[in-house]
Design a protein around this ligand. Structure first.
Ligand SMILES: [Zn+2]
Length: 338
C-alpha cells in the first residue's frame, strides 16, 4: 500500500473506493510538513455530510486507539463499506512520536485546542484541519483515548449530557457499542475538546478511556475495535451485524461524574493511596483513599470518603499527586435515556 501525500484541499471524500493519505500540516519552524495518516473509504450509499471518523492518538501517549484503528485499516474491506468511513490511527503525530500527551513543538494539548486556528501554532493548525476538513464529512465522531500516565480508568465510553434527547440517545447507544461496563457522562466545562466541538455541531460524539500507563491493554484494544465497527454498522455505513458486546448490555452501567462533588481534588502535594479497586461499587461515606503528606510525616493521613454511592471511575495513576489534581472520581448511577 502506498500513501499519497496530499494537502487537505486535495483529499477526495466523495468518489467510491479507498484512498490512503498522508495529509500535510505545515511545520511551523522548518521547511517541512507533519504527515497525518488519514484513510477515506467511500461506499455506494455515501451521503453528503454523513459518515464516521475513528481517531487514535489525540493524545500521543494513549495507545489503545492507535493500535485498534491501525488493525481496522487492514480489516475493513472496501466492498463492505456502504457509506463513508474515515480512519485516523494517529492524529497527533508530533505528540505520538514523542510519546507525550501534548505536542512537544508548542506544548499545546490538542484536546484543548478546538476549533483550532489555521494561523496558530502547529497543534491549533491540526485542530483546524479536523474542524474544517474532517468534521464536515461525518456525523459520527469517535475519539479513542486512554489515561496515559495521568489516570487509570476502568474501560469507559464517554458522552456529555445532551439537551436534545434524540442526540443523547444516539450517543448513548453508540457508546454502548464499545462493550465497556461503564458509560460515563462527564463534565462539560473544559474548553477546546474535540468531542465537545463535534457534539456542538450536532454530531454523535463519543470519547473513551481504554487503558492507562502508556501501555497497550488487550481489553481496551478489543473494545476500541468493536466500538468502531459497531458504530459503523449501527449507523448504516458498514455491512454486517453488530458484534457481541464484551459486556452484556444488561450489565452495562451509566454513571455521571459531571457533579463537581464526584471529583476529588488533592488539597496538597501528596502520595495517593487508593483503598478500593478501580470500577468497584462504594457506599456513601466509605473510605476510598488516603492522602499522605510526607512533609508532615508524623501526621495522620487525610481520609477521603465517598460523598455518595457509586462506582470508582478514575484514580490517579502515579502515586505522586499535585495540589489541585483530580485524584479520584465516583460515578453516580444514572438511568438510560428512553
Ligand atoms: Zn486522552
Amino acid at each position: 500500500m502506498s500513501r499519497a501525500i496530499a494537502s487537505p484541499e486535495a483529499m477526495d471524500f466523495e468518489s467510491p473506493g479507498r484512498r490512503d493519505y498522508f495529509v500535510k500540516v505545515e511545520h511551523t519552524t522548518i521547511w517541512a510538513h507533519h504527515l497525518i495518516p488519514v484513510t477515506v473509504i467511500v461506499g455506494p450509499g455515501a451521503k453528503p455530510g454523513r459518515g464516521l471518523v475513528a481517531i487514535g492518538s489525540t493524545h500521543g501517549d494513549e495507545m489503545e486507539g492507535p493500535v485498534a484503528v491501525k488493525h481496522l485499516l487492514r480489516e475493513i474491506r472496501t466492498e463492505d463499506v456502504l457509506g463513508r468511513i474515515l480512519l485516523i490511527p494517529v492524529l497527533n503525530v508530533m505528540a505520538f512520536r514523542a510519546n507525550r500527551r501534548e505536542s512537544p513543538d508548542d506544548g499545546v494539548n490538542l484536546n484543548r485546542a478546538f476549533p483550532g486556528d489555521a494561523k496558530g501554532s502547529v497543534t491549533y493548525r491540526l485542530a483546524d484541519f479536523v474542524t474544517r476538513f474532517v468534521f464536515p464529512q461525518v456525523h459520527v465522531v469517535l475519539d479513542i483515548h486512554a489515561g496515559g500516565e495521568v489516570a487509570r480508568f476502568p474501560e469507559t465510553a464517554n458522552v456529555h449530557w445532551m439537551k436534545d434527547p434524540a442526540q443523547r440517545r444516539a450517543m448513548e447507544e453508540t457508546a454502548r457499542g464499545f462493550g465497556t461496563k461503564f458509560i460515563m457522562v462527564y463534565q462539560n466545562q473544559t474548553a477546546g475538546l474535540l468531542t465537545g466541538l463535534a457534539e456542538d455541531l450536532g454530531k454523535i460524539s463519543v470519547g473513551t478511556e481504554m487503558g492507562w500507563g502508556r501501555a497497550v491493554q488487550a481489553r481496551g484494544v478489543a473494545m476500541s475495535r468493536q466500538g468502531v465497527l459497531n458504530a459503523a454498522v449501527r449507523h448504516g455505513l458498514l455491512r454486517g451485524e453488530a458484534r457481541d458486546a464484551m459486556t452484556p448490555p444488561s450489565e452495562q452501567v451509566m454513571v455521571d461524574t459531571s457533579d463537581p462533588a464526584s471529583n476529588f481534588l488533592a488539597p496538597c502535594d501528596a502520595v495517593f493511596e487508593p483503598t478500593v479497586g478501580l470500577g468497584e461499587k462504594v457506599a456513601r461515606g466509605q473510605r476510598v483513599a488516603w492522602l499522605h503528606d510526607y512533609n508532615r510525616i508524623d501526621e495522620a493521613p487525610l481520609e477521603l470518603t465517598a460523598p455518595h454511592e457509586g462506582y470508582i471511575i478514575c484514580q490517579a495513576w502515579n502515586s505522586r499527586v499535585i495540589q489541585g489534581q483530580v485524584i479520584t472520581q465516583i460515578g453516580k448511577p444514572l438511568e438510560w435515556t428512553r
